[in-house]
Design a protein around this ligand. Sequence first.
Ligand SMILES: [Zn+2]
Length: 142
Amino acid sequence: MPDVFTPAQRSDLMSRIRSHGNRDTELALIRVFRAHRLTGWRRRQPLFGKPDFIFRAARLAVFVDGCFWHGCPQHCRMPQGNRAFWRQKIGRNRERDRLVSRTLRRQGWRVLRIWEHALARKREKSLVNRLHRALRLPEKIF
Ligand SMILES: [Zn+2]
């Protein structure tokens, strides 16, 4: 069956799916929180920019940014077709990310953005230490 959507419509649909959070990356981060006894987080609280998690007591908002959609310098590869479109699309996502971070900071939140690639098991120790620093907890000795 042919795709009934134009590339622009398709991308819009995909971005709307994304705006509700990426389940796999959220679950991966929850696993890290649980494995390392990081408590006090809540999901999907109604804050500007819809952080993936917040730690209310620490006034910390956490976002997990997908490497493709948020333009990770190491892993975002533009699709072959329609490059200008994709470049613009991802550029807008990055602008939006900056606006969201800035707005939350003005509202008194600290903002931690975690790349999807930082969720790899081999990077877990450094991720946990970033979380500890952001939460003002002592460095974790592994
Ligand atoms: Zn990446």
